[in-house]
Ligand binder design. Sequence first.
Ligand code: SF4
Length: 350
Amino acid sequence: MSHGNISIFIPHLGCPNACSFCDQRTISSTAHAPSPYEAEDVIRGAFERITNPSDRADTEIAFFGGSFTAIDRDYMTALLGRASKYLKTPEKDGFRGIRISTRPDCIDEEILMLLKKYGVTAIELGAQSMSDKVLEMNNRGHSSVDVIHASEMIKAHGFELGLQMMVGLYQSTVYDEYRTMAEFIKIAPKTARIYPVCVLEGTRLAELFKSGEYILYPFEKAVNICGVIYCGLTSAGINVIRMGLHAEDGVEKRAIAGFYHPAFADIVRSDIVKNVILKYYMSEMSDEDRNMTIEIEAPPKLLGAVYGHKKSNRLFFESAGIKIKASVNTSLLPNEISINKDVQNVFKIT
Ligand code: SF4
């Protein structure tokens, strides 16, 4: 089994903040905060299901929901106390650790010591943007400096750091998006998540969108920006563990606009591959090469991205008179494709 998470969603009911994209106020009557007993039931169930010691050691208990360190302190420690019983110790095969996500301004020395005591190993910060203008316009209530300070503290205490960003927030420009990427690279987290914005009913973004004050990028542009950020982060050694919101977040039903798509990450990867092939074609081939076939070899997991989401790349190149033929080559690295079986033409999809 590959690395996995036991995910438990902890809504921040009664959160005093009002981030432009968040609908916690409108869903707070229906959102369910699991009791520590319920959370333990989920963890115990996974513990009994995953019996192989190495699979357990490759699994984390993940408390998601945005502001784990800002929820009621007794509730938080009760959740952690239940979870920590299932962690690996010298005497017992257990799960690798506990992963939490929180706001940058809800991190300090005291909370980090507490998290360490309960076996938390990874902390993800919802940075969202590294532009103070964008943070302010979206009512985040923290600054980019808070992100930098919290990140430094988390790393100094030996936690694995993750950073999350949103693409397409109100008043964010393409420059702001790429600047956020560049700042992330400077901070050097272990992991990152890229969330293209979804405009949910009942939020400030929804009001701004309906009034015409908030104009979203076209979908293709959001895909392209996410692709550039994905490549920038991964080539700097940061593991991008998510692009696009999870379907189980229920966003599909609540979204009135934005970039939700269940296969968003596939679409971005297809776009990256398309641009690599296009660049090769433009630099290596001439008009006489039209009507020819470009042979692409890829590792199994990238084969779909060569043809593109719903064959979009194949159709794109066919419209330019170029045929794409893809086949599997297991000797390539997971992020490599080779063009026309030439070792000189092996490209990294990062
Ligand atoms: S996203 Fe903002 S408003 Fe929503 S729960 Fe988190 S801190 Fe509160």
